[in-house]
Design a protein around this ligand. Structure first.
Ligand code: HEM
Length: 480
């Protein structure tokens, strides 16, 4: 690696004073921090956080470099793993390269676009059932309702169950675990934990400790939080116990039944590696919870924002409404090609309010970005939200303009200017699933009800980018 500039030559994002540096700002007001990235980072800037070097990248070329060209140099970050480890363990979202590679190879066929068609009718059916309960009502909290829909879809497509007795309990436990992750990621205790983990790794490496040794198992234990203090910590422990209990029961019953099912659990249980091996019980638990978590809250948030944006843009609403009405029936898989305006509106709302608004990587060896030497352990922050508000990539960036997603317009933009699902080998495995779910659920909702926004809603960057305090919406039943 010759002729590389030193990390210290990079501009540093303004602010970031004190021990926690920019982590304090991220903790206090994430949206303000993200806006600062949009304003100040054209390509790459340095961040000040405790105990590690850190940069933020905000340009399609550099995203390509980190997420595709040098994907092997950048692992999921220890901070992400720390915050989600008790929930998702070594599932696809949080796993390091090994064992991720094997699991992704095994699970990918389950999400092949050609095999997703069977989920279309169940998706619309779940939306129909929830909407059926709105009879006689003039107002709903749309976020609550879209969450009920996507939760029902997750239950149906993962476990093939309509009446998952445990659904509410699982839903509540997932919320507790996600909130813990959102509140505890950039905290002082997280950074102290990561610092200890970092030290234990250095010692294990310097002593050439073999896999399976005591030092290595201490290090593995430090992937997630070790001490769960206070009310919040106790609530997390209880939530994880609840989730473990339910997943264990569901998997045990399914194995005992030995019947074929049209659902993702069946596909994950049957997934075989090239040598014929299957996933073990712990791995199945981690993957199932990962799919449940990654799959439902993200799509629920995206659906709520999309309807809110449509409700505030009369002409765009009319376009989607006309398209949906011209189907003349409940939407089906075969109708997806005819729902182009619906898909464009959904994609544009994922641009303005990307549910996964911030994620990160960590250099696992000395490497480079944009001709700058990046030392091992350096954290790399990426914000789809900051990227999606760049005026040079998205003229008039705050305006809702679904036509940005016509084929012509998409071809004129750098591919990585739109990043709601990430990119490269770690791209969202459920992206096609989510787009199909978005199109079908939106079509069913707009076909059956008229939506009017009745309050200004602000985004709240929590585990996902949710509307703060929910999304109150006036609804009127349509005669169809
Ligand atoms: C609008 C909805 C969704 C959004 C915005 C979204 C966003 C993302 C993003 C940004 C990543 C990559 C994170 C990174 O690179 O660090 C990701 C990964 C992932 N998503 Fe999604 N997702 C959505 C829906 C889904 C659904 C429906 C599923 C499953 C049913 C799912 C399962 C996953 C999994 C398993 C990963 C990890 C993939 C890997 O590393 O191999 N997601 N998602």
């Amino acid at each position: 690696m010759t002729n590389l500039n030193a990390l210290t030559t990079l501009p540093t994002l303004t602010g970031g004073k004190g021990f926690l540096g920019h982590a304090r700002e991220i903790e206090r007001d994430r949206l303000a921090f993200i806006s600062k990235i949009t304003r100040e980072t054209e390509r790459i800037s340095r961040l000040r956080v405790p105990s590690v070097n850190a940069v933020v990248i905000n340009h399609p070329d550099l995203l390509h470099e980190v997420m595709l060209e040098r994907a092997r140099d950048f692992e999921k970050s220890h901070l992400l793993r720390y915050s989600l480890y008790l929930l998702a363990g070594e599932g696809l979202f949080t796993a390091l390269f090994e064992p991720w590679k094997r699991h992704r190879r095994m699970i990918s066929p389950a999400f092949h676009p050609a095999s997703l068609g069977v989920f279309a009718d169940p998706m619309v059916e779940c939306a129909r059932r929830v909407v059926g309960e709105w009879e006689g009502r003039s107002q709903v909290d749309l976020l609550r309702e879209t969450t009920r829909i996507t939760m029902a879809i997750a239950g149906r497509t993962l476990f093939n169950t309509d009446t998952l007795v445990a659904a509410d309990e699982i839903g509540n436990a997932l919320t507790v675990a996600l909130e813990w992750a959102a509140n505890n990621a950039p905290s002082a205790s997280a950074f102290v934990h990561l610092w200890i983990r970092h030290l234990s790794q250095s010692v294990a490496e310097r002593m050439h400790a073999p896999e399976g040794s005591r030092l290595r198992s201490v290090q593995a234990k430090l992937s997630g939080p070790v001490i769960l203090a206070g009310q919040e910590g106790k609530a997390l422990r209880k939530a994880i116990d609840t989730l473990d209990r339910h997943v264990e029961t569901i998997v045990r019953e399914r194995r005992a039944a030995r019947t074929e099912h049209e659902d993702l659990l069946f596909r994950v249980l049957a997934a075989r590696d090239d040598d014929g091996s299957l996933l073990n019980d712990r791995q199945i638990r981690d993957e199932i919870l990962t799919l449940f978590v990654a799959g439902h809250e993200t799509t629920a948030t995206a659906l709520a924002w999309c309807i809110d944006l449509l409700a505030r843009n009369e002409s765009e609403y009319r376009r989607v409404q006309d398209e949906v009405d011209s189907l003349g029936h409940r939407p089906t898989y075969a109708d997806l090609p005819a729902l182009g305006a619906t898909l464009r509106a959904f994609k544009e709302s994922l641009r303005l309010y990307p549910p996964v608004y911030f994620f990160s990587r960590q250099a696992c060896r000395d490497t480079q970005i944009d001709g700058v030497a990046i030392p091992r352990h350096c954290a790399v922050a990426i914000s789809p939200h900051a990227l999606h508000r760049r005026a040079d990539l998205w003229p008039n960036p705050d305006a809702f303009q679904p036509d940005r997603f016509t084929k012509d317009q998409e071809e004129q933009r750098p591919r990585l200017a739109w990043l709601p699902f990430g990119a490269g080998p770690r791209v969202c495995i459920g992206a096609q699933f989510a787009l199909m779910e978005g199109q079908l659920v939106l079509a069913h909702l707009l076909r059956t009800y008229r939506f009017e926004a009745i309050a200004d809603v602000k985004p709240q960057p929590s585990a996902t980018l949710r509307p703060l305090g929910g999304m109150p919406m006036k609804i009127t039943k349509r005669s169809i």
